[in-house]
Design a protein around this ligand. Structure first.
Ligand SMILES: [Zn+2]
Length: 414
């Protein structure tokens, strides 16, 4: 019988070398040797399965789904996953905004409805399950907030210990979550990149399993599940565009990986156009995508979850966007806040700024007349607005209190 060791392999996206799955692996040892802190890492690994074998065994999407997509996961059993409901989030289809008809169909994938209120749970759940099967009880992550609060929550459900290293500037709500879930939190005087490096040193020193995105190849494997859901939710019709908020490029690579597998398994027959949306204040991935040399401009945006100086999954994202004709756009902080307001008031979904960025991208495309009538456009909403209230301080005005009398109400509504 086939074992987990020959179920999948890792392939380096830089040199193409393949590694068997018998060992815990992060970056390609050869290509990562010369990585520096001034550009994205080389040697990120992609997890690949034997798609031909899978198509022989499971001939339809329902066959794959009925076994929890285990054939496309790097774990032995879905029993290793947490009991919390991760993924399976709603996709809402709207034909109107503010009562006005849209000429296209707008599909909102609301991933704020994950256990810790962000998309990151898809990755944490898989990383946690893998760690469980390998008897790794301590998982460490560097995080600006969402990945850390997600890992903390998932580990609480799985009876594992999470160690979260955060830059001290991370938003309060996310820090609160990490502490409430019982994780060991280590705020550091420094940037996300410094927190990242410390977590890797901790993995080398103490043997802790490391969840860092674009370091641990399995985060993408967790994130790809969103594409399986999307395609099924849309009745196996490939949408015209999918708008994805982008920071380090791991979520968008997860979206592409899921779609690519469906393409390989002939469940879909073409790739949708995936639109990478970045904040103008932190656009290191989009700005460098067509350039040979990588140039960093330090980030300054209120969308903290996608504020990234070194997009660690830059090269894989670049490969996907170039291979499948993806598009890119940047949106300003004002556009993000405006999109967040429109989204909340016209749909009832309150998304954090990083998530609202993808909706701002769609609105911008719409204003520029780039969205044809009768097309299907998906917006991926990756986190809840309650996670970052500070960014809305500038637009909130709470009315003064009044004495509770009907006369006062009459005055207010006169
Ligand atoms: Zn390599």
């Amino acid at each position: 019988m086939a074992t987990i060791h020959d179920k999948f392999i890792y392939k380096c996206i830089t040199c193409g070398k393949e590694y068997d799955a018998g060992q815990i692996m992060y970056l390609c040892p050869q290509c990562s040797r010369h990585n520096t802190t001034s550009k994205p890492p080389e040697g990120v690994l992609k997890t690949l399965y034997n798609y031909q074998e899978i198509s022989k065994k499971k001939t339809s999407f329902s066959d794959l789904k009925n076994s929890g997509f285990i054939d496309l996961l790097p774990i032995e059993s879905t029993d290793s996953l947490p009991y919390l409901r991760v993924g399976k989030t709603p996709l809402y289809t709207l034909n109107k905004l503010f009562g006005e008809s849209l000429s296209f169909r707008l599909h909102l994938k609301d991933d704020s409805q994950n256990p810790t209120f962000s998309f990151k749970d898809r990755a944490s759940a898989l990383v946690s399950a893998f760690a469980r099967e390998r008897n790794q009880d301590i998982i460490v992550a560097a995080s600006t907030g969402n990945a850390g609060s997600s890992l903390a929550g998932i580990c609480a459900a799985q009876n594992q210990k999470a160690v979260i290293i955060v830059p001290e500037s991370a938003p309060m709500a996310k820090l609160t979550q990490i502490i409430m879930y019982g994780a060991q939190i280590i705020p550091v005087k420094g940037t996300y990149d410094e927190a990242f490096d410390l977590s890797i040193r901790a993995t080398e020193e103490f043997g802790w399993y490391n969840r860092n995105t674009a370091f641990n190849p399995l985060t993408i494997e967790g994130k790809k599940s969103v594409s399986f859901e999307l395609i099924e939710n849309l009745g196996f019709k490939v949408p015209d565009r999918i708008f994805v908020p982008v920071g380090d490029g791991v979520i968008i690579s997860g979206v592409y990986k899921g779609l690519e597998e469906l393409l390989d398994l002939k469940i879909i027959d073409k790739m949708p156009v995936v639109v990478a949306v970045q904040s103008k204040g932190s656009d290191n991935l989009v700005r460098n995508i067509n350039h040979k040399t990588f140039r960093i401009v330090p980030g300054n945006t209120l969308a903290d979850s996608i504020s990234v100086d070194i997009p660690r999954n830059f090269y894989m994202t670049q490969q996907y966007i170039q291979k499948y004709g993806g598009e890119t756009i940047t949106v300003s902080d004002n556009e993000i806040i405006e999109a967040s307001v429109i989204l909340s008031k016209s749909t009832g979904i309150f998304a954090e700024p990083a998530a609202a960025a993808s909706f701002a991208g769609l609105l911008s495309f719409h204003q520029e007349g780039k969205i044809a009538g009768n097309t299907d456009n998906v917006v991926l909403l990756t986190g809840s607005g309650l996670k970052d209230l500070k960014s809305l301080n500038g637009i909130l005005s709470i009315p003064e209190s009044v004495t509770p009398s009907i006369d006062n109400l009459k005055k207010l509504f006169s």
